[in-house]
Design a protein around this ligand. Structure first.
Ligand code: TTP
Ligand code: MG
Ligand code: MG
Length: 379
């Protein structure tokens, strides 16, 4: 069955919220981000982008590119308030919604066209969000998530774009391969070295050529380039906890192996926290021994999303919990007691280096996927 999938993403989200609070910022090159000169850019206005400024760029470099840029400090409570407001407006009218990030949603509106056209419906929803929140937002509508997300990108700022069924390949053909959500810096360079820059070239290639160059990812990229994506819209639920488990292929007591797995799980969970602008206040460690005995231990901690703090606490728990000297079959970590908020830099304990390392790693993960970067300690 043909589907109708909407993707929407707020324009310069953090910047737009700041502009709601202070209209003097409208029309100016401006940046939301760390105010110290070692900070990084979270969000920047289109006026600032003209100077080459982009998200995750060091603030110092951004200011070299545009001296007159105005810097505003982030206000995560406000972002989460507006993010929830947008989610509520969408959920009131749409049965199937996926919140993909703080300012981004996918909607499955298949069947809506029986009552009135999907495109009309989408345009009206967009106007409602703009009217009710005061925030600019862009929309894409097509038969699948990938094409709709790319359509949103081409509609920005403050626009809307529909790609009719059957015209996906035509729409994608002239665009840069960079527009494909899976193509990050590394894949982009690899494809450019193969002489590929436009999606059209990917469409003209055989899928096995892409498979040979990039493995399974090559097949996914090729499918996306051809406008094919059958991934479903997964309904959104407010998360109260997040966890990861690892079962060893062969049971182990090798501390180096155990630490590596624990730190990797913590890095990935801490990234998920920061991506959703959340903090955790409760850690649980689970150990299952080779005889299936399962032990857990929990601690309450001050709200954090720092992998350095979380790793320290988890290692304390591990030392208390792992007393049996028996082979371990599974270990798991859970973060609960989640609240919305961002990690406040603790200047006395958390060096700027830690914080910028976290945000640099987050940036890579946002582009390439969560498993693409690791701290040396987890190698
Ligand atoms: P995006 O939707 O990627 O960016 P944006 O809304 O600022 O701009 P655009 O018009 O291109 O959509 O991210 C949403 C918010 O998430 C953004 O306003 C700030 C935050 N963010 C960071 O803090 N660091 C980052 O590296 C990125 C990409 C986003
Ligand atoms: Mg956005
Ligand atoms: Mg976004």
């Amino acid at each position: 069955m043909e589907r109708n999938i909407v993707h929407c993403d707020l324009d310069t989200f953090f910047v737009s919220v700041a502009r709601l609070q202070n209209s003097a910022l409208i029309g100016k090159p401006m940046i939301v981000g760390g105010s110290s000169d070692r900070g990084v850019v979270s969000s920047c206005s289109y006026e600032a982008r003209k100077f080459g400024i982009h998200s995750a760029m060091p603030m110092r470099l951004a200011l070299q590119l545009c001296r007159e840029a105005i810097i505003v400090k982030g206000d995560y409570d406000e972002y989460s308030k507006y993010s929830n407001m947008v989610t509520e407006i969408i959920k009131e009218r749409t049965p199937l919604v996926e919140k993909a990030s703080i300012d981004e949603h996918y909607l499955d509106i298949t069947g809506m066209d029986k009552f009135f056209g999907c495109w009309q419906w989408t345009k009206e929803l967009r106007q409602s969000i703009i009217k009710e929140t005061g925030l600019p937002i862009s929309f894409g509508l097509s038969a699948n998530k990938t094409v709709s997300k790319i359509a949103t990108g081409t509609a920005k700022p403050c626009g809307e774009r529909q790609v009719n069924i059957g015209l996906e390949k035509n729409f994608l053909a002239p665009l840069s391969i960079k527009k494909i959500p899976m193509v990050g810096e590394k894949t982009y360079t690899l494809l450019r070295n193969m002489g590929i820059s436009k999606i059209l070239t990917l469409q003209q290639m055989e899928v096995f050529t892409m498979q040979r160059a990039l493995g399974e990812n090559g097949i996914s990229i090729w499918k996306k380039a051809n406008g094919v994506d059958d991934s479903p819209v997964v309904p959104y639920h407010e998360q109260k906890s997040m966890s990861k488990d690892h079962t060893f292929e062969t049971d182990t007591i090798d501390m180096a192996v155990l630490k590596k797995i624990l730190f990797t799980m913590i890095d990935e969970l801490a990234f998920d926290l920061r991506k959703d602008v959340k903090l955790t206040s409760c850690l649980t460690l689970k150990i299952r021994y080779s005889n299936f005995d399962t032990h857990t231990k929990q601690i309450k901690i001050p709200y954090t999303s720092s992998e350095r703090v979380l790793s320290e606490k988890i290692m304390l728990l591990f030392d208390k919990l792992y007393t049996r000297r028996m082979l371990i079959r599974l270990i798991g970590v859970k973060f609960s007691g989640l609240i919305t908020g961002s990690y406040q830099v603790d200047l006395f304990n958390d060096t700027i280096k830690d914080v910028s390392l976290s945000s640099a790693m987050d940036h890579i993960r946002l582009r390439f996927g969560v498993d693409k970067v690791l701290r040396g300690i987890s190698l």
